[in-house]
Design a protein around this ligand. Sequence first.
Ligand SMILES: *Cc1c(COP(=O)(O)O)cnc(C)c1O
Length: 340
Amino acid sequence: MLIDLLSDTVTRPTEGMLRAMMAAEVGDDVFGEDPTVNALEAKCAEMFGHEAALFCPSGTMTNQIALRVHTRPLDEVICDEMSHIYQYEVGGYAVNSGLAIHLIRTPNGILSAEQVEAAIRPRYDWLPRSALVVVENTCNRGGGSVYSLQALRQIRAVCQRHGLALHIDGARIFNALAARGGTPQEVGALADSLSVCLSKGLGAPVGSVLIGSRSFIAEARRVRKVMGGGMRQAGYLAAAGIYALDHHIERLPEDHLHAQQLAQALAEMPWVERLYPPETNIVIFDLKPPLSAMAFLEKLLQQGVRAAPFGPHTVRMVTHLDVSGEMIQRAISALRHLAF
Ligand SMILES: *Cc1c(COP(=O)(O)O)cnc(C)c1O
């Protein structure tokens, strides 16, 4: 059987999750009448210490809605160059919200408060207006890197001093909390809004949740509708999300251990040039040129292991719910069998 390290989005619902979905009570969520969606939203808001939440089809949509609600056209968003909102959302910040973007370059996707402050523009008619900071925790392209609560507090203070909003792209926020400690409330208190993916490490088939104040979420509901994200009996999907929050957070350290095991094995391979030490469930490494990611991945697939290209000579492996400890050991022996 294929050992699929392509992404933590490839997981299939477990038996228990499917049972929860089949048993869900549903209604029309566009009218606010789906009790399971309402329960998921209330649960997420409470978890992160905010007033309200909104269930959406994807993390791209929750991020795009946040950009739209926090800003006006001609504003600028400050983020790391590696950010999902810049790299992987098709330039939506420009199309959906008419924004400029101010990119900060870091080694691992983790911004410092000093860098954020230096990126804030003075107020002149000919400059975009700095309006929003987005931090990604964990940062995917940074190798699943994690912000400390202290670093987030300092960024928060800069935002408050300059009147900027702070959005946390927490697609993998529970991985961050599992790795560095801290509670959802502690991290929630530092952000004006958070986006949390249910379909990544938590193992739900579909969905992300946007979390914020009551007035922010009221406006977000309208933006979700204009983006075509108003779903009807979405409770079947929300039930999977509730199940994931109840059952799949505690096991995340297992994924992190598996990533460590992969990294330890990779560090010994003669064809690895550089390894980004994993803090969570993502392992990124550079191959020694001229070995290309594509050639490497093809050989790896022949050994029954799939991973993702992340650059001409760079590969990403992600551990998740559907990869057992035994599969990791098999993946490691497959890696040891590769010769280039
Ligand atoms: C996956 C991901 C998202 C959202 O992706 P969707 O595929 O649209 O659900 C957002 N931010 C980060 C950091 C991600 O990894």
